[in-house]
Write a protein that binds this ligand. Structure first.
Ligand SMILES: Nc1ncnc2c1ncn2[C@@H]1O[C@H](COP(=O)(O)OP(=O)(O)OP(=O)(O)O)[C@@H](O)[C@H]1O
Length: 305
């Protein structure tokens, strides 16, 4: 594997994706990296460009830029189905075909034995439903069949476009566990979504798209640690505020001698108070949610143009 200078050789990396429909540019210079061994969330409001970016990455839609799968463009791999599995919503098969028939046809196209169909059906917990016709599948079952199909070639990269849409809580939990397990096995999993609480539990890293541009790419760990808020209460709130501000934090008075502190974590605040023999009657730290982070970086989405 040779790779391309400046582009990550692990997982899937897209550089400078762009696309216009007529005079309208809907993707501008979008670059993102979904590393191996983790789940990366591609977040954005309706129309932000998530599906367009994914389709260009998969070579299903023409567009500018380049996408590398483990260092190589998809066209350089002899069998793309063994490199990337895609779940783009629904099952693209004949509605009258049974699940097993459909998957067997796809497996054949990939040069895989019939036994692989049973393996992927077991993987998604659908062995019992193998005889159902595609048109009879519930939304959750259809999503699992789509995932089984994507997993036939045992690809190291899985890309899913809004896989959680319309799923009930059981199916959502199943999906979350399944995708996390795939990532722990070393695969790169890229998932687009606007379900922020769901992504908060699922993703290791996020890329935020707003109006066709990447406005942030970071890890969940960064989000929850960097933007936390500490609340502290002391009999001398002014003294505590002065200590915090001298140490580089910012403070805001609340009710009952409480102050809200940002820029320092609770350990630092506790240590500052102890060093000054200042009693604390309350000390609490609340980490930021993905939703708060998302709204802070993608806030222009809500400006009326
Ligand atoms: N074939 C097309 N012709 C014209 N405009 C299109 C076409 N496909 C997408 N668009 C436009 O491109 C923009 C991005 O669409 P895209 O489907 O990629 O967004 P998205 O983030 O996936 O949104 P959603 O969450 O609603 O699926 C939208 O404004 C959409 O209307």
């Amino acid at each position: 594997m040779t790779g391309t200078p400046g582009m990550p050789a692990s997982g899937v990396a897209a550089v400078a994706l762009s696309r216009s429909f007529g005079p309208r540019t809907v993707l501008h210079d979008v670059s993102l990296h979904a590393p191996a061994g983790s789940v990366t969330g591609l977040l954005g409001a309706n129309g932000a460009g998530k599906s367009t970016a994914i389709r260009i990455m998969l070579g299903l839609l023409r567009g500018g830029g380049q996408t590398l799968f483990f260092g190589q463009p998809l066209s350089a791999w002899s069998s793309p189905g063994h490199v990337v599995g895609a779940v783009l919503g629904g099952v693209a098969g004949h509605p009258a075909h049974q699940v097993r028939t459909h998957l067997t046809m796809v497996a054949k196209g990939l040069g895989l034995p019939k036994s692989r169909v049973d393996e992927v059906l077991d993987m998604v917990g659908l062995r019992e439903a193998a005889g159902l016709r595609l048109k009879a599948l519930s939304l959750g079952m259809a999503q699992r069949v789509g995932i089984a199909q994507a997993m036939l070639g045992n690809p190291p990269v899985l890309i899913l476009d809004e896989p959680g849409n319309g799923l009930d809580p059981h199916s959502l939990r199943w999906l979350r566990t399944f995708l996390c397990d795939l990532a722990r096995e070393g695969r790169a999993v890229l998932v687009s979504s606007h379900l922020l609480p769901e992504m908060e539990q699922l993703a290791d890293g996020v890329v935020v798209l707003a109006r066709g541009k990447v406005v942030a790419q970071t890890t969940m760990r960064e989000i929850t640690t960097r933007t936390g808020t500490v609340t502290a209460q002391s009999p001398s709130p002014d003294r505590l505020a002065a200590l915090v501000e001298q140490a580089g934090g910012t403070t805001r008075p609340l009710q009952d001698g409480m102050i809200s502190i940002s820029g320092l974590d609770r350990f630092r605040v506790g240590a500052l108070a102890a060093a000054d023999s200042l009693p604390l009657t309350w000390l609490d730290e609340r980490t930021s949610s993905l939703e708060e982070y998302y709204l802070s970086v993608a806030q222009e989405e809500f400006h009326i143009r």
